[in-house]
Design a protein around this ligand. Structure first.
Ligand SMILES: Cc1cc2nc3c(=O)[nH]c(=O)nc-3n(C[C@H](O)[C@H](O)[C@H](O)COP(=O)(O)OP(=O)(O)OC[C@H]3O[C@@H](n4cnc5c(N)ncnc54)[C@H](O)[C@@H]3O)c2cc1C
Length: 639
């Protein structure tokens, strides 16, 4: 049985990373050329890792299921990216960013990893600026910042509401440079179907060529998963519809522990669901809460047009309940407060499942053009979707599934419990505890890829220089390919009546209702039964039209949904196990008299890392205790 060893270096928190880096082994340039690395994923984490490793001189093969790296989900990130530059001179520092993240995550993240993420944030911004990312600047040309939820400083760098897109273009340019130099080989339209282990180490992957349908074997001395988050398990979410858990899940089945799977962030400001036929929800960036005031009418079921409701009849409930942070409370707090108002009958819009985000006062104070220059593209997007002009009347918003703090367990080196298998970016669990603060994911993804993994993976590969290139003729590859093929054949052969999307939608509804924004024991137990029944129905009534040896998007989807069923079961198990509330995980049984999350540090100050127990067997729980030596553990309050 694998043992958990987080490998956190000794020494003072602020010096750990610097000292540790100096002690890591190096590989000389001639040997680097003999070492192969597979990177799966081309979002900010994967593309930055692949280009950094290529620049170092390793042979890198990088994979994505889209037709170009530029379509990775990271392109959708809107609001910004954090760094502790303190350009605003408002008291920011690496320590404060670290502390905000630890507190924002409700003291369920590892101190050493979070401190390191905050530390490299400044390198990330310098690097992006050098790559030409057009971050917003003031009239004098200096980079400017805005605020995000859960903090009292302005440390968020941004490019209008397209920060992810602009950063991805920067990362893509460095990736393209390496592709041109021949150090990185790009494999688009490939889906990783399985991980291959040889002698207990990660040595390769099996992929499906999504255009031709054939299966391929790829080998390497180490494998990096940068495959993003699994918030799409709810079907409706703010993520790209293609985002999925399959690569991480396949690694989990082969021995990589899955940490805190039930810790999922629900974002408070999504465009509400408009009809039953939607396949996704659209985010309205958190940055809008810098200017937008959130409110509902004081009267229940008030059907008046919002512009006709006078000031004294509006309940700015975040400003009322949380005077210190107001509309900039963290996402979990903002989401639950919106749900509470809607459940109590104050919701607005056709369904009553919406609250207002109002820019009237900001426009009055700053002028329409100032608001347009900061958020113009978001306002346009909102108007295109809803036909409501947000310059003239408030936006309607509601919480939606958004980001997964859970993911593959990794140690300080970002290595999973499988030797030679790394997980970076949203695919790992490491830095955000029970709730991620806004704009800290792009920061973590890029920090992992450009500034952390290149050091730690080199240390691992230093012991592999005598390992010859791995042959894909080994029996382990043959067997993994055979199993992947058999699974695809099984999915096609069911030949039932319901599509994978139908099952996904039904699964998503169960997860949203019982393992979403709020959870309780009875609901979670009910969900476990419903998921199990639906899973059986899936395997007996799924319809996958088309062939395996051809382009077949239904088959791709079916494989991903099949994995979601297994992950759903683990999420429910994890949520049942954690009887405390913490961050985004709100167990109704564990709340303060005024409805806030109540942690139970004496019993749950640990990372829950789950080991796959084999089909039909329960998962095995391993606990990584969390120690807080620098950050004072307190009740999290934003009042
Ligand atoms: C709407 C929205 C807005 C956001 N805005 C912000 C923001 O402003 N600031 C911020 O910090 N964070 C933001 N986030 C979060 C942030 O965008 C993500 O956490 C981050 O981009 C994830 O990057 P990644 O590199 O880990 O993965 P992704 O960008 O999701 O990339 C995953 C990659 O893995 C590949 N892949 C996955 N599975 C397979 C497989 N089986 N085989 C082959 N390839 C595979 C995909 O093709 C893709 O290339 C936002 C999230 C959403 C949903």
């Amino acid at each position: 049985m694998a043992q958990l060893n987080s490998k956190i270096p000794a020494g003072p928190l602020a010096e750990k990373w610097t000292k540790y880096k100096d002690s890591l082994k190096l590989v000389n340039p001639a040997n680097k050329k003999k070492l192969d690395i597979i990177v799966v994923g081309t979002g900010l984490s994967g593309a930055s890792a692949a280009s950094a490793l290529g620049e170092l001189g390793f042979n890198v093969k990088v994979f994505c299921f889209q037709d170009t790296p530029r379509r990775a989900h990271s392109v959708a990130a809107q609001g910004g990216i954090n760094a502790a530059k303190n350009y605003q001179n408002d008291g920011d520092s690496v320590y404060r960013l670290f502390y905000d993240m630890i507190k924002g995550g409700d003291f369920r993240a590892r101190e050493a990893n979070v401190y390191r993420a905050a530390e490299v944030s400044n390198q990330v911004i310098d690097h992006y600026t050098a790559l030409g990312v057009p971050f917003a600047r003031d009239y004098g040309g200096t980079l400017i910042n805005r605020s995000f939820g859960g903090v009292q400083v302005s440390r968020t760098f941004y490019a209008k509401g397209q920060t992810g897109q602009q950063c991805l273009i920067g990362v893509y340019s460095s990736l393209s440079r390496q592709i041109n130099l021949g150090t990185v080989k790009m494999f688009p339209r490939r889906e990783m179907l399985d991980l291959v282990l040889v002698g207990g180490k990660a040595r390769g992957i099996i992929t499906r060529n999504l255009l031709a349908g054939d299966l391929e074997r790829h080998s390497a001395h180490a494998v990096v998963l940068a495959t993003g988050g699994y918030g799409t398990i709810y079907y409706l979410s703010t993520l790209a519809v293609g985002s999925n858990a399959s690569a991480a899940w396949k690694a989990h089945r082969k021995g990589a522990f899955f940490a805190n799977p039930s810790l999922v962030q629900i974002h408070p400001t999504s465009v509400p669901q408009l009809n039953e036929f939607q396949s996704k929800l659209t985010l309205m960036s958190e940055s809008l809460r810098n200017e937008g005031r959130i409110w509902v009418p004081k009267e229940k079921a008030d059907k008046r047009h919002p512009n006709t409701i006078p000031e004294e009849e509006r309940d700015y409930y975040l400003e009322r309940r949380y005077p210190t942070y107001g509309n900039l409370v963290p996402r979990d707090v903002g989401s639950r407060a919106a749900k509470e108002r809607c459940d109590a009958g104050y919701g607005v819009g056709k369904t009553g499942l919406a609250v207002y985000m109002d820019f009237r006062d900001a426009i009055k104070k700053q002028g329409k053009s100032a608001i347009e220059s900061k958020y113009g593209n978001l306002f346009k997007m909102y108007q295109t979707i809803t036909s409501i002009n947000p310059y003239e009347e408030p936006m309607q918003i509601y919480p939606a599934g958004h980001y997964t703090m859970g993911g593959l367990w990794v140690d300080y080196n970002l290595m999973t419990t499988i030797p030679g298998l790394y997980a970076i970016g949203e695919a790992n669990f490491s830095d955000h505890g029970a709730n991620r603060l806004g704009a800290s994911s792009l920061m973590q993804c890029t920090g992992d890829g450009y500034f952390i993994l290149p050091y730690t993976i080199t240390d691992y590969l230093a012991d592999e220089i005598k390992t010859p290139r791995i042959s894909t003729d080994l029996k382990e590859f043959e067997e993994a390919e055979k199993n992947a093929k058999a699974r695809l054949e099984k999915l096609i052969s069911i030949n039932g009546t319901q599509t994978a999307s139908t099952f996904h939608k039904r699964l998503g509804k169960i997860m949203w209702d019982y393992c979403g924004m709020v959870r309780n024991e009875a609901g979670l137990k009910k969900a476990a039964g419903l998921v199990s029944e639906l899973k059986q129905e899936f395997w007996s009534d799924l319809k996958v039209p088309g062939r395996m040896d051809d382009i077949n998007q239904d088959l791709e989807k079916a494989g991903r949904v099949a994995d979601f069923f297994e992950l759903a079961d683990l999420m429910i198990t994890d949520a049942l196990n954690r009887t405390e509330s913490c961050g985004a995980h709100f167990r109704e049984e564990s709340q303060t008299p005024d409805g806030e999350a109540q942690r139970d540090d004496s019993r749950f100050s640990y990372v829950a890392a789950w080991e796959f127990g084999g089909d039909g067997n329960p998962h095995v729980l391993h606990k990584e205790p969390l120690e807080f030596k620098e950050a004072e553990v307190k009740v999290r309050s934003y009042k």
